[in-house]
Ligand binder design. Structure first.
Ligand code: AMP
Length: 526
């Protein structure tokens, strides 16, 4: 037995337990731990023997949620290789940038991204990039790409392991941030995964839990909130292709789901689904909400109409999703709080001079603990910038804690807003806007939106004598950015408010537009 062979252990301990149900497949796929481990051995054997994937090499996936994400994660773990899931919401040029940064040898992709992959492949052709193996998961696939089904059929199912793997070795890269351009790849070690599982299960899981995952599997929420812990416990995970409120309600009832997690926008959509009223949610032990504060009326509605208890969670890519927890007993009494630090997390609130603050004093949340990531891929400057001399990780979140030690998120130091659970970094959008020939100055802020929580608004000053319409600028941004990042509105201004140092004062813009936010009435699908 070796570290990293999570499924090999499970085949040993509980071969016949139901491990995974992928309802995004036709017909639905249901696998026991034995079946799943054998399947992943096949993939791992192919990766090693045919694609030359060795310890430390990357293997990427660009696909909607489905078992292949977890297949690749576990196959890489067996090999000591680095699972590299890519955000399918990104524009193909953004994905290309991430592939150039991480240089995987293999790319698995689902048919709906075939066109993007074709663009990427022609951009990489002749550049000496190591990506040589394109594997399509479904549909036709681009020319010369191999089908996933053929790998699972032809590769041997003999056990695969990496004898030299250590807990500090990197298991996967998860992309986050983007304040200065492309998202950064947080390096997630096996040690980090273990401690995140510990932090999570201490409060949450039992040995018979059934978890329905609707978070994207390219994000820490999908890969690590409960999905990894469920494997360690030998429990069942249910996977869907993409979040669909109606289907969530059906599946909770049909599969007897006991644990569910979502961001507030999802709970709002579920409560508005046509089958909410008649849905039986009595199998749920609790629901976890994270990513942003859950509105109190929504908590009350679920309790009143469905008897559902809510836990609040707080997490981040760099430290794992299981950082803070607010127990269901406190959901109303401490509404708006993220709860207290989990068992193996040390948390402090500090001022600008790094001095610890007492109760009810707002400051930056800093963290210590064994679930910290190992820095950012190929980016030592960014890795060093978030850790201070005493070893505290600076989150960029402004928080306070009350007399009883319950924490509240107040604001963010990092220039970021959250739209439908996805972090959006204005600097990335501004970088694109500045490439437009008519744009002289610009600043993007998040404004409240009923459906998505927040959406972007671009404040733009045009160059003298230049012209551009709102539609034109939005169209331009759509050419370069993922849809959820593109601001829903553009406002043209004569000048932007500037500080004495010449910095754009975003808080002034927020005062102007957030207080009488007429923005965000439109809600196209993201
Ligand atoms: P990510 O790395 O994408 O998971 O984003 C982490 C960030 O999301 C945190 O640093 C917070 O700014 C925000 N966040 C996560 N959970 C919550 C929560 N429960 N309430 C408010 N903000 C949250």
């Amino acid at each position: 037995m070796y570290i990293g062979d999570y499924l090999g252990r499970r085949e040993l301990y509980s071969p016949d337990r139901l491990a995974v149900v992928d309802v995004g497949k036709t017909p639905e796929l249901r696998l026991t731990y034995r079946q799943w481990n054998r399947r992943v051995n096949r993939l791992a054997n192919w990766l090693r023997r045919h694609a030359g994937v060795e310890k430390g090499d990357r293997a990427a996936i660009l696909a909607r949620d489905g078992i292949e994400h977890l297949d690749l994660f576990h196959a890489c773990s067996k090999l000591g290789a680095i699972h590299t899931p890519l955000n399918w919401r990104l524009h193909w040029r953004e994905v290309l940038g991430l592939l150039q940064q991480t240089e995987p040898k293999v790319l698995l992709y689902s048919g709906d991204f075939g066109e993007n992959v074709a663009q990427i492949r022609s951009a990489l052709a002749g550049t000496g990039h190591p990506l040589q193996h394109y594997v399509h998961l479904d549909g036709q696939g681009i020319a010369d790409s191999l089908s996933y089904a053929s790998i699972l059929e032809l590769a041997p199912e003999t056990p695969v392991a990496c004898e030299s793997l250590e807990a500090e070795d990197i298991a996967c890269l998860l992309f986050t941030g983007g304040t200065t351009g492309l998202p950064k790849g947080a390096m997630i070690s096996h040690r980090m995964i273990v401690w995140n599982v510990m932090n999570t299960v201490i409060h949450d899981l039992r040995h018979d839990d059934i978890y329905l995952n609707v978070f994207p599997l390219f994000h820490t929420g999908g890969l690590f909130t409960y999905t990894s812990a469920q494997v360690v416990f030998g429990n069942t995970c249910i996977l869907v292709r993409q979040f669909d409120p109606r289907q969530v309600l059906e599946l909770i009832e049909r599969e007897g789901v006991t644990v569910f997690a979502g961001v507030p926008t999802m709970y709002q959509m579920i409560a508005e689904a046509p089958n909410f009223e008649q849905a039986d949610l009595s199998s749920l032990r609790f629901c976890t909400s994270g990513g942003a504060p859950l509105p109190v009326p929504l908590i009350e509605k679920y309790i009143r109409e469905k008897g559902v208890r809510f836990k609040q969670g707080f997490g981040m890519t760099e430290f794992g999703p299981g950082l803070f927890a607010l127990a269901p007993e406190d959901a109303l009494r401490k509404a708006g709080s993220i709860g207290r630090p989990n068992f193996f997390i040390d948390a402090r609130v500090v001022d600008d001079n790094n001095r610890p603050l007492g109760p009810d004093q707002p400051g930056e949340l800093v963290l210590k603990g064994p679930s910290r990531c190992s820095g950012y891929w190929n980016n030592p400057e960014a890795s060093a910038a978030v850790i201070d001399e005493e070893g505290w990780f600076h989150t960029g979140d402004i928080v306070r804690y009350d007399e009883e030690g319950y924490f509240y998120v107040l604001d963010r130091k990092k220039d970021m807003f959250i739209s439908g659970g996805e972090n959006v970094y204005p600097a990335e959008i501004e970088n694109v806007l500045y490439r437009h020939p008519a744009v002289h100055m610009c600043a993007v802020i998040g404004v409240p939106d009923e459906r998505w929580g927040e959406v972007g608004k671009a404040c733009v000053v045009l160059k003298p004598g230049s012209q551009a319409s709102e539609e034109e600028l939005i169209g331009f941004m759509q050419e370069h950015l993922a849809r959820y990042k593109v601001p829903r509105s553009v406002v043209f201004m004569d000048s932007l408010p500037l500080s004495g140092m010449g910095k754009i004062l975003k808080r002034e813009l927020r005062k102007m537009f957030v207080e009488d936010a007429g923005a965000g009435s439109s809600t196209p699908a993201q």
